[in-house]
Design a protein around this ligand. Sequence first.
Ligand code: ATP
Ligand code: MG
Length: 313
Amino acid sequence: MSDKRAERIADFIEPLRVRPGAKVHLERDFDPRFKAGLKKRDGPELLRTGVSLLAEYQERLAAQDTYGVVLCLQALDAGGKDGTIRHVMSGVNPQGVRVNSFKVPSAEELDHDYLWRYAKRLPARGEIAIFNRSHYEEVLVVRVHPENLIRQKLPEGSFGPDIWDRRYREINRWERYLTDNGFKVVKIFLNLSKEEQRTRFLKRIDLPEKNWKFSAADVRERRRWDDYQQAFSEMLSATSTRWAPWYVVPADRKWFARICAAAVLAHTLMEIDPQYPEVGEEARKDLLVTRRALEREAPAGAHADPYTARHSP
Ligand code: ATP
Ligand code: MG
């Protein structure tokens, strides 16, 4: 693997990363229209490069059994989570990737602690789990609509005004625990502007084949835009850590958001640098014995080892 590729990707995503400890003010610090000087026509080629890099690294990740990856995707409605997942994962082996979408919690989920349902969907070693919405809803929608908190059946005295700081702390520690135990957590926020959200909602109304995607609830949530911006800003400030950083991906241009998301995931995998397991001396000897046995099974007229015959010059 050339270090150049890794360096280029690290440089590309650096402006998107939320520095641990930084006090984020979303609207001031991150421009949803930023495109790093790229042109839309550069998009397909760059995405292809990113996707093939991901395919290469995901294959290596799947071959080892030390590390797994959790990619958390957060966005406001019409932010492009679904399209991002579809495009970014288009080249990877579906056996190694699981997408988990988190909706309004069920009765069973509410009967457990708030991280339970997310813990249940964690990847195995070798896998990538994509969280389409994630445990961060617990400090976003639940914060903007505190009635959600009532439904969570918390003990008396445990939901005072300090609950959000406590949740940030609990989430950071949980992610630290996962990281220390081989599960890398990486987090992407698709940062959409209010005007682009309006445009996308209108498109969903204007095009009959998009109507199913439109929900009146989304427009209700839009009225709480400023509260969400505030909740996102505080959450980003409190939970971008050295071990599990946040990346704020400019989302007004879908083609650019997809390149960024692919780059963030590729960077994460490159940092892990998964290696194909090496076969030991003894196992190698066993393989050679088996090989000889298989060669002896060759029917009359067939090459002893058709693979070698086909591939040697
Ligand atoms: P899409 O609309 O593209 O299909 P989506 O992720 O918006 O995808 P929906 O079924 O529309 O899916 O919405 C899921 C809803 O569940 C969101 O409004 C979200 O805020 C809500 N939700 C997710 N987690 C929680 C939670 N822990 N508590 C309360 N509401 C939650
Ligand atoms: Mg929705």
